[in-house]
Design a protein around this ligand. Structure first.
Ligand SMILES: [Zn+2]
Ligand SMILES: [Zn+2]
Length: 382
């Protein structure tokens, strides 16, 4: 049993009063006076402002350094982060880096999922647990960022300005300060906080372990829909330096799309991506592991196990070749024609790379078909 840590009264009051007020005052005011389209639009805009400042700013930029951002953008993130009221970026990133380093370790992971849903969702904030103590030794780089320093210094003022001042101003301009304070202030605050906390709770409980089973982190595409793409949490814990969480182009990850689009106008740069062969290899290994377990559970014939292994080895080797050829092609692309490589040699490298890429596709289709058969033993030949 863990010790009962002392209650953090500031947080306890904040996280009790704001939701209680939100579920009573917001509908009451709506019932008697109603909210109009403008007020809902301000609410949605401020949800996005806070949410994306946390996911793209606090999380992917400051905590994980997956890309670099222009000072103007960092300034906006600092404001949005204060508006989300999830502590300043130094506390947030320091805790989050520890979460990755010691994931699921009850003593060191500040929101360890193995301590249960409640703890990882919000319980860790309500008491001063030892696992949550402040230790800035892991954020020396962030302490060098003047914008993070500025936010740290003026955090409380920024919180009040963005949470009360901004909604009040936007409401005043429209002629109803209270409605704006309730929707864009209160309801937005409560919702945006719990949306973030769902990543620490649900994304460590429900979903698939697509790339690794080394931690409790899961890929949950449904959760991605309300968390600006952060639901692909197994990918994120496996490849935390990647600016994407949803790795496929069609994965719903608005944070990734925003970071990418901002790079076109120079507000972000040096976006880090994981080598695709590395991603495929991690996925293949997990699938192989799961398929072998299924074979054993169902007592399937030995020659199927051999077939699976053979196919797996072949696929692994192909991925490795593909990766090597990809590197060769990127190198060739970078060199000037008059240098070492003649034009036709370059074409050769490119064609070999494309050929391998095609082979990977074909192999992948075969592998998937095989896994499908394995999950339905009736389809297996005798
Ligand atoms: Zn992270
Ligand atoms: Zn996590």
């Amino acid at each position: 049993m863990m010790e009962k840590a002392p209650i953090n009264w500031t947080n306890m009051l904040l996280f009790s009063i704001t939701p209680a007020a939100a579920v009573t005052l917001v509908p009451l005011y709506g019932y008697f006076y109603g909210y109009d389209l403008y007020e809902w639009l301000v609410f949605v805009a401020m949800m996005g402002f806070c949410g994306l400042s946390i996911t793209a700013g606090y999380h992917r930029m400051w905590s994980h350094k997956t890309y670099k951002a222009h000072p103007v953008l960092r300034f906006i993130y600092a404001l949005g982060g204060a508006c989300a009221l999830q502590n300043d970026v130094m506390h947030w990133a320091s805790g989050h880096r520890r979460h990755h380093q010691f994931v699921d370790n009850d003593e060191h992971d500040p929101y360890s999922a193995s301590r249960g849903f409640w703890f990882s969702h919000i319980g860790w904030i309500l008491r001063d647990y030892k696992s949550g103590r402040t230790d800035f030794s892991n954020i020396k780089d962030i302490q060098q960022d003047p914008i993070a320093v500025w936010q740290h210094k003026h955090y409380l003022k920024l919180v009040l300005l963005t949470n009360i001042g901004l909604p009040a101003l936007l409401g005043y301009l429209h002629g109803d300060v209270i409605a704006s304070l309730l929707l864009a202030g209160l309801l937005r605050l409560v919702l945006s906080q719990h949306v973030t906390y769902l990543i620490n709770s649900i994304a460590h409980m429900w979903g698939r372990q697509t790339y690794s089973d080394q931690s409790s982190a899961r890929d949950n595409p449904v959760l991605a829909l309300i968390t600006y793409g952060e639901g692909y949490h197994n990918f994120h814990h496996t490849f935390q330096w990647d600016y994407r969480n949803g790795v496929r182009w069609w994965h719903f990850d608005p944070t990734k799309w925003m970071i990418r689009m901002l790079s076109w106008v120079g507000l972000t740069r040096d976006l880090k991506r994981t080598n695709p062969a590395q991603v495929e290899t991690a996925r293949l290994k997990m699938q192989y592991q799961q398929a072998t377990a299924r074979l054993e559970d169902n007592n399937l014939p030995e020659h199927w196990r051999e077939k699976l292994e053979q196919e797996y080895e072949q696929f692994l080797k192909l991925l490795q070749q593909w990766n090597e050829q990809r590197q060769a092609w990127y190198e060739a692309k970078g060199k000037r024609i008059q240098e070492t490589l003649a034009h036709w040699e370059r074409i050769q490298v490119r064609d070999r790379y494309r050929e391998l890429q095609f082979q990977v596709k074909v192999q992948k289709r075969r592998w998937r078909e095989m896994l499908r058969n394995l999950s339905d033993p009736l389809l297996l030949p005798a």
